[in-house]
Design a protein around this ligand. Structure first.
Ligand code: B12
Ligand code: SF4
Ligand code: SF4
Length: 318
């Protein structure tokens, strides 16, 4: 059905509203979306069959393949990026914490702001139902963000925007209102494969496919075993929480990309100056204080200590 002027106007205003909440880029997709959605959903199936999800069994939830299961009557979605790239560097002597975790928990930031956008939409269209999805909701975040045109999925499997690079967290506002879609994004990696070459464990087994069993981010954030596997320890370097290597080398992140000045994105001091001694000596109460309101709270105090010990063992082996 052809979008009418009223629908175009509402779609435009909705995106403007999202921008006033600090989101950039923003875009809209229609459900069920293009054929690409089916292709990417089949890729999820292939990824699961290969066992690349490691112990993340929640990745197999059937809802992840069916957006309609998340909101009855869903017609459209607004996809938003939250830029977490700042002008600040960590202390070069400190342990490395992935940038997504430096500021206030992005789940909280995106969700609070998208809820305001949802309430605004409901005011314009009182019969409209909506739902906010950030990361932990079983939705293929990057796939729908690509469909809404806010970036393409790079060979490291993260979403890249041509103006902003890939340092962004993603959120979605699903709604029952028919909105005017943006054009899906086109992939711009070309022949580059810097991320694949730079990955210390060769976790990017083929373009666009990450085997979590080899990924430092998986082992430092999600792995709940008491020991980090030996082959991973050898490649940890100073990464204690997450890993940014494949994004650090990406040419789209080398350009002059916008730096966030959002107070909620600004890094906490302890994260920029973290030492092994601190990680090992802080008790659970101290960790609880540090991790309050942080996405890094997914990493439990015992995991921080386990990760630090794995780094320590590696360094003492040299
Ligand atoms: C599981 C998960 C992980 C796992 C597995 C990673 C992975 N690549 O799947 C682990 C713990 C390792 C992880 C790590 C990280 N994660 Co994570 N993670 C997720 C989660 C919950 C699901 C991702 C998923 O669906 N994986 C399943 C596989 C099948 O999907 P995929 O690798 O994305 O594969 C897709 C593409 O490869 C594509 N595809 C397949 N074939 C082809 C072919 C072509 C030509 C193209 C173009 C694409 C394509 O289709 C596949 C199916 O969707 C999402 C949130 C969400 N709800 O979606 C966040 C999410 C992807 N993570 C995020 C972040 C920030 C990270 C880290 C950067 C954190 C860090 N610094 O340590 C790392 C990055 C590691 C990496 N290189 O991927 C952000 C990414 C933001 C962005 N700009 O893209 C997300 C979107 C959370 C959010 N809402 O902001 N993560
Ligand atoms: S996050 Fe690190 S370990 Fe995982 S794919 Fe990227 S470079 Fe490899
Ligand atoms: S490093 Fe190269 S191949 Fe990898 S995501 Fe960036 S542009 Fe694409």
């Amino acid at each position: 059905m052809k979008p009418n002027n009223c629908q175009n106007q509402l779609s435009h205003e909705l995106k403007e509203k999202a921008k006033t909440e600090g989101f950039s880029p923003v875009g809209i997709a229609r459900v069920p979306g293009s054929k690409r959605i089916n292709l990417r959903t089949a890729s999820l199936e292939r990824w699961l069959n290969a066992g690349y999800h490691a112990d993340m069994n929640w990745m197999a939830a059937p809802k992840r393949r069916q957006i309609e299961e998340l909101l009855e009557g869903v017609n459209s979605l607004l996809a938003v990026g939250l830029n977490y790239y700042t002008a600040i560097n960590k202390n070069p002597e400190a342990l490395s914490v992935a940038k997504y975790g430096w500021g206030r928990d992005y789940h909280k930031v995106i969700s609070q702001r998208l809820k305001r956008v949802g309430k605004w939409l409901e005011k314009q269209r009182p019969s409209c139902k909506w739902k906010v999805c950030v990361d932990s909701t079983p939705l293929l975040d990057k796939v729908w963000a690509e469909e809404a045109g806010i970036g393409w999925i790079g060979k490291h499997s993260n979403l890249i925007n041509s103006q902003q690079g890939s340092w962004m967290a993603i959120g979605h506002l699903l709604c029952t209102e028919p909105l005017t879609p943006d054009k899906p994004a086109q992939a711009l990696c070309g022949r580059c494969q810097k991320c694949m070459d730079a990955c210390p464990t060769k976790a990017i087994t083929e373009p666009f496919v990450v085997d979590a069993r080899k990924c430092l981010a998986y082992h430092t954030i999600e792995n709940r075993n008491s020991e980090i596997p030996e082959n991973i320890k050898q490649s940890l370097g100073t990464w204690i929480a997450g890993c940014d290597i494949c994004q650090e080398v990406c040419p789209w992140n080398q350009r002059s990309i916008p730096r966030s000045v959002d107070p909620e994105i600004m890094p906490k001091d302890w994260i920029l100056n973290l030492t092994k001694e601190q990680v090992l000596s802080w008790d659970d109460d101290q960790w609880a204080k540090n991790l309050q309101g942080s996405a890094l709270s997914r990493i439990k105090p015992w995991m921080w200590r386990r990760n630090a010990k794995a780094i320590e063992e590696k360094i003492s082996d040299i």
